[in-house]
Design a protein around this ligand. Structure first.
Ligand code: ARG
Length: 649
């Protein structure tokens, strides 16, 4: 049991005696950040004055303290002004708990009492286009969440829901038929397919620019007129009249938005001029978006030529994506792409029509949702199915096959609307006992604050990025006193760890700036720092002739007289609690932060407490055991984040 729960249990008993709801009230015993006055604080008395009809919180606190039996667990409780109760764990309590951790091969993390079955849908790239830095977030966050849930004893099925059936394939099929460079394709097909994707994407973008440009010019003119009008009307009084001022500001903002959009479109038009060949291709393939949709529709309808192309392209695309997963050491239990569900879509829609859950509206099939203005479209007028239809069929399949308690979708926040509608639809059609959760995440930004791009402006491919991280890590580890032959391997571990850690350490819901130089630093909030701390624990154990994996003794008596020892010990005891917190809201950053805190506590312990030269043998043993537990906690923790360690760096 968690230490904090042991303390809570004692409080619950006392509070029950007082006729109160001990179980829920005892949750107000929490760990404190600043341990100057104790390790925990019970914040109870002030909120109970009314209920108990006692005005003075000090009196209530005294009453609680008299009743609560903390023997063998805490030092006598102390009451602070306003009835806060400060609690300090006995060193013997900490030592005993630590010993339990030291003896356990899972660091005394108990499997949860009620294991659940989870399907975790993550990574899930659209395979016909090159994977980019954005995909790494889903991959890394999803992998960490799955590993942590598994470690806690849940049943976890990881599923890479590949986008292998959508418009992107229509794009490369169209590209293949019209823009192929056969020699390039013969030499190395995947880069050629990527090029075709980019060409078609570019042409579609130019065509939409052409369409948007006159509209946007008009919008700018209108916004200018509006601003002039508002200024004429309110300009004189704007200094004193708030409403007038706001009207002018609003009109200015509107104009600025249209101008910015116009500027972007004009820049695109300008850039197009630099590519006359492509530009003339653009004119020769008008309305390309529709043509691409037609190719996609033909594929879905079983057209022999398109199906053969798809059969040829898919394995190539998969191979290149798997190469990246191999480098990142990511494996999935299943990889059922969208194509796998194609045959389920028709019957699913028909069933929903038959049982009245879906309705035909203007030729399309919709599910009308409570609380949503717009219904969920599941079949278009032209008979085409949608992303949402496939997702519904996938839920159906997952429920049939795995009977999960929860399905987690680790997907970009921009798909938030899709998922809220999808989940509402799923509930309405009968999946109301299932936890459906969009574990969303923010955007990876460049230093300019815009979505991360290379200098040439295209989105960065993943492989060169991994290479660069490893190269930068190599520059950092170059100066370390390790054998040259090990340096490459260390750089590999540090570089890949850096990319993963940077992704995990930020609260997933926020955007973050991708800065490789910062990520590999040994002295920053980085995995390199944590890996370095691990290597230090290894080094000290090596010097003492002790292995990392075997407990130092069948029973370790931890001496915790120095505050740095005690702080480190308490930090190590938090591991289980941190893992449980991660799974509350699927926030792996809590574990990433925790491992950094462990490393910092270790560093200050190491500076202040001699280990090999400790004053007594007993103290030396205790400190060695602390080093070992630190190392094991870091190793296990990083492993759950998908990050490796090295013994020497
Ligand atoms: N392939 C989609 C994309 O790249 C993500 C799929 C997420 N998973 C899902 N079941 N919808 O945008």
């Amino acid at each position: 049991m968690l230490l904090v729960d042991l303390v809570r249990e004692r409080f619950a008993a006392a509070l029950n005696q007082m006729g109160l709801d001990g179980t829920s009230l005892s949750q107000r015993v929490t760990a404190v950040r600043d341990t100057q006055f104790g390790d925990y604080q019970a914040n109870l008395a002030m909120s109970l004055t009314k209920q108990l009809g006692i005005q003075d919180p000090m009196q209530i606190a005294q009453d609680i303290v008299q009743r609560v039996d903390l023997s063998g667990l805490c030092e006598p409780a102390e009451i602070a002004p306003r009835g806060f109760i400060n609690l300090k764990l006995k060193n013997s309590t900490i030592s005993k708990a630590l010993n339990e951790v030291a003896q356990s091969n899972r660091l005394a993390v108990h499997p949860v009492a009620k294991p659940r079955t989870y399907v975790v849908d993550y990574s899930s790239p659209n395979v016909a286009k090159p994977m980019h830095v954005g995909h790494i977030r889903s991959t890394v966050i999803g992998d960490a969440i799955a590993k942590i849930l598994k470690f806690l004893g849940h049943k976890v099925i990881t599923d890479n829901h590949l986008g292998d059936w959508g418009t992107q394939f229509g794009m490369i099929i169209y590209g293949y038929k019209h823009f192929l460079d056969p020699a390039a394709f013969a030499a190395d097909p995947v880069p050629e397919l990527s090029r075709l994707y980019r060409v078609v994407h570019q042409l579609i973008d130019w065509q939409s620019t052409e369409k948007e440009l006159p509209k946007t010019k008009l919008a700018v003119e209108k916004a200018e007129e509006k601003l002039a009008k508002v200024q004429a009307e309110f300009g004189a009084v704007a200094a004193t009249d708030k409403k007038a001022k706001r009207s002018i500001e609003d009109a200015q903002k509107e104009l600025k938005n249209h101008q910015e959009k116009l500027k972007k479109l004009e820049d695109t038009t300008e850039a197009r001029k630099q590519q006359p060949d492509l530009s003339s291709a653009c004119d020769k393939h008008p309305d390309l978006e529709t043509r691409v949709l037609q190719e996609t529709a033909k594929l879905h309808a079983g057209d022999a030529e398109n199906k053969a192309l798809w059969d040829q392209f898919l394995p190539l695309c998969l191979e290149s994506i798997h190469h990246i997963y191999d480098r990142l050491d990511i494996q999935f239990d299943m990889e059922l792409g969208e194509s796998y569900f194609h045959n389920r879509l028709g019957p699913l829609v028909q069933r929903l029509l038959d049982n009245g859950m879906a309705k035909i509206s203007e030729g399309a099939v919709c599910v009308f949702l409570n609380g949503f203005e717009v219904p969920m479209l599941i079949r278009k007028q032209d008979g085409a199915y949608l992303y949402a239809t496939t997702d519904l069929a996938t839920i159906e399949y997952r429920v049939e096959t795995f009977k999960p308690d929860a399905i987690l979708y680790v997907v970009d926040h921009r798909q938030g609307d899709h998922f809220s509608k999808l989940f509402a639809t799923a509930k309405q059609i009968g999946y109301d006992q299932l936890e459906l959760n969009h574990v969303s995440f923010g955007t990876v930004l460049g230093k300019d604050g815009k979505p991360y791009k290379t200098r040439s402006g295209s989105v960065v491919g993943l492989e060169p990025l991994l290479d660069e991280a490893i190269e930068r890590a190599f520059q950092v580890v170059e100066s370390l006193p390790i054998p040259t032959e090990e340096k490459r391997e260390v750089a590999q571990t540090v570089g890949l760890g850096a990319i993963k850690y940077a992704d995990l350490v930020h609260n997933r819901t926020s955007d973050y700036v991708f800065d490789l130089e910062k990520m590999v630093r040994l002295d920053g909030h980085t995995s390199a720092y944590i890996q370095y701390s691990y290597a230090r624990t290894c080094s000290i154990l090596r010097n003492a002739g002790i292995s990392m994996s075997e407990p130092i003794a069948p029973e370790v008596d931890f001496v915790l007289d120095h505050s740095a020892e005690r702080t480190l010990a308490l930090m190590l005891l938090k591991f289980e609690e941190v893992l449980l917190h991660v799974t509350n809201d699927y926030m792996p950053n809590l574990l990433a932060d925790y491992l950094y805190d462990v490393s910092k506590s270790y560093s200050s312990f190491f500076e202040q407490c001699p280990v090999i030269k400790a004053e007594t043998e007993a103290l030396k043993q205790s400190r060695l055991a602390l080093c070992q537990l630190t190392g094991r906690t870091i190793k296990q923790g990083l492993e759950l984040l998908g990050i490796n360690v090295v013994d020497r760096m």
